[in-house]
Structure formats: structure tokens, C-alpha cells
Design a protein around this ligand. Structure first.
Ligand code: NAD
Length: 295
């Protein structure tokens, strides 16, 4: 599994591909943006003129693309690429996409005797750069085992969530909870401030009480409570509001499909949508705090 084709060299894919190069993999890259390709070539990757030529001879094909339509475009519609893909190749899609697209791609590849896993990630751009991503995998255990060395070069945790599509389901279930926790923590902190309490003291109290949660521990949304988090840096960097909105949209699609009751997710989605419409789409998602602060 030494020859890797990597398609999609954006904020996430670029550093992920660079980590594979650093780990000694023979990486051939493709992106629609020439600059992104050149950056990887400068870091030691080979480049190809098309996605189809990038996958020639690859043991493993990794993609990190914006949405389901791009992933379908590659592995269902791009007949040239499908013809270049040998049967030994394993396709690993790390994009966050709708569950149906992940399953449709798995089926289409399987019908041609080719292997696929969905492997969306948690950890953001910082995790991609540091090689500490968490991969949440849907597909066969044998295929996951084959992908493991490459995934280990880009991340530190790999979970097998279940069959094809399960990686995407697990990722959006996590992000529903994250959006609810971030909005709830913001609401509680702002109410404390409105009543004259110090948000740092309030955070310390909740950290030792039953309101304790991940956002309080490592990602406090109130500026000045924790150092080195987006809220203490004008909400720059981190995980963008518009990406949270994308994940919540995928989560609501999935919930409608499974007829799951998601009133908390619905409410969080409405808040994040409003926040984006207020002009905060490019800020870190902890900036939802401002929605409660502005009166
Ligand atoms: P991005 O927009 O920075 O990068 C996407 C890249 O794909 C671009 O360079 C684009 O040119 C390229 N591309 C699009 N269509 C292509 C095609 N047909 N062939 C080749 N290249 C193509 O996006 P990103 O932030 O890197 O996110 C990628 C995926 O990772 C998304 O699904 C996103 O939801 C998910 N994700 C992002 C983060 C984050 O914090 N940025 C965190 C977790 C998951």
C-alpha cells in the first residue's frame, strides 16, 4: 500500500497529503487548483494532469473534497478514472458528505470489483497539519486494515463505526451534539454575565459541576476565558460556522431519512443559520456566543 493517489488538496487535503509524503509514501496528487498542486510538489509529491492519471497504479486512492456531488463525480461519473483504477486499489474518501452518496459510491465501485471505505475526519485544519486527525470509518474491516498505515500517517485515532455510510453517520451525530453543546454553553455563560458573574469563575464552577462538557474544557466560546482558542483570537481559525452549517444540513437530511426525532439539532441548526446570515459564516463556530451576547 505504498503508492497513494491524493485528490483534493484544500485546507484539509493539502496538509494530509504532506503528512503522507513525510511518512515515506509515494504520493501522486491532483486538484483543480494549480497552486495547491504546486505546493505539494514542492513538498515532495508527484503530480498528475487529471484525476484519472493520478490513480494509475495506485494502491490507495484518498479524496478530500467539498461535498457528495464531487465524490460522485469522481467515483460514479468519471469513467476514465474508473477505468484507470486497478482492482488492487482501495478508495478511501475522507470528505464529509451525505450518507446516500457514500453508499452509492461504495455500491458503484463494488459492482466493478473495487473496494471503498468512507473515512470522514474530526480534528479540523489544526489536526490535519499536526497529523492528529480522528478517522471515523464505514466499510469492511479488512479494507480498514489495509488503509490503516496511511490513516496512521495522517491521524492518531481510527474508529470502525460500521458498514458503508456509517462513518458519515457517526461524524454528523457527533457534530449535532457538538453544535448543541456549544450553543448551550454560550447561552449559560451569557446568562451568567448578564447577571453580573465573571465568565471565568462561572466556567470553573461548571467544569466541576454537572454542566461540564468538551466546549468548556478545551474550546470555551467566551473571549478571554481560555488562551489559544478561537474565542480569544477574534474567532479566527478553527472550524467555520459555514462548515458546521453544512454538517447540520447533512445531519438533518439523515435524520429525515431515518425518521429520527432531533428537536435539539433543529434548534441548533436554526441558530447557526441565523448566525451565518448575520455575516459570521467565516468565523469559528464558537462565535455563536455572539448571538446570545448581542441584544
Ligand atoms: P477546501 O474547499 O479547502 O478544499 C477542497 C479542495 O477540493 C479544493 O482545493 C478544490 O479545488 C478541490 N476540488 C474540488 N473538486 C475537485 C475535483 N473534482 N477534483 C479535484 N479537486 C477538486 O475544503 P476543506 O476545508 O479542505 O474540506 C474538505 C472536506 O473536509 C469537506 O468535505 C469538509 O466538510 C471536510 N472537513 C473540513 C474540516 C475543516 O475544518 N476545514 C474539518 C473536518 C472535515
Amino acid at each position: 500500500m505504498n503508492k497513494v493517489a491524493f485528490i483534493g488538496l484544500g485546507n484539509m487535503g493539502g496538509p494530509m497529503a504532506a503528512n503522507l509524503v513525510s511518512a515515506g509514501f509515494d504520493v501522486c496528487v491532483f486538484d483543480l487548483m494549480e497552486d495547491a498542486v504546486n505546493q505539494l510538489v514542492n513538498q515532495g509529491a508527484r503530480s498528475a494532469a487529471t484525476a484519472a492519471t493520478a490513480v494509475e497504479g495506485a494502491d490507495i486512492v484518498i479524496s478530500m473534497l467539498p461535498a457528495g456531488k464531487h465524490v460522485r463525480g469522481l467515483y460514479i461519473e468519471n469513467t476514465e478514472l474508473l477505468a484507470s483504477l486497478t482492482e488492487k486499489a482501495l478508495v478511501v474518501d475522507c470528505s464529509t458528505i451525505d450518507v446516500e452518496s457514500a453508499r452509492a459510491v461504495a455500491e458503484n465501485l463494488a459492482s466493478q470489483g473495487k473496494r471503498f471505505i468512507d473515512a470522514p475526519v474530526s480534528g479540523g485544519v489544526a489536526g490535519a497539519k499536526a497529523g492528529t486527525l480522528t478517522f471515523i470509518v464505514g466499510g469492511d474491516a479488512d479494507d480498514l486494515a489495509r488503509a490503516q498505515p496511511a490513516l496512521s500517517a495522517m491521524g492518531k485515532n481510527v474508529f470502525h463505526a460500521g458498514a458503508h455510510g456509517a462513518g458519515q453517520i457517526a461524524k454528523i451525530c457527533n457534530n449535532i451534539l457538538l453544535s448543541v453543546l456549544m450553543a448551550g454553553t454560550s447561552e449559560a455563560l451569557q446568562m451568567a454575565i448578564d447577571n453580573g458573574l465573571d465568565p471565568k469563575v462561572m466556567s470553573d464552577i461548571m467544569l466541576q459541576s454537572s454542566g461540564r462538557n468538551w466546549t468548556l474544557e478545551v474550546y470555551n466560546p467566551c473571549p478571554g476565558v481560555l488562551p489559544d482558542v478561537p474565542s480569544s483570537n477574534e474567532y479566527k481559525g478553527g472550524f467555520m460556522v459555514d462548515l458546521m452549517n453544512k454538517d447540520l444540513m447533512l445531519a438533518m437530511q439523515c435524520a429525515a431519512q431515518s425518521q429520527s426525532s432531533v428537536p435539539m439539532g433543529n434548534q441548533a441548526q436554526a441558530l447557526y443559520k441565523q448566525h451565518s446570515e448575520n455575516g459570521s459564516g467565516q468565523l469559528d463556530f464558537s462565535s455563536i456566543f455572539n448571538l446570545f451576547a448581542s441584544k
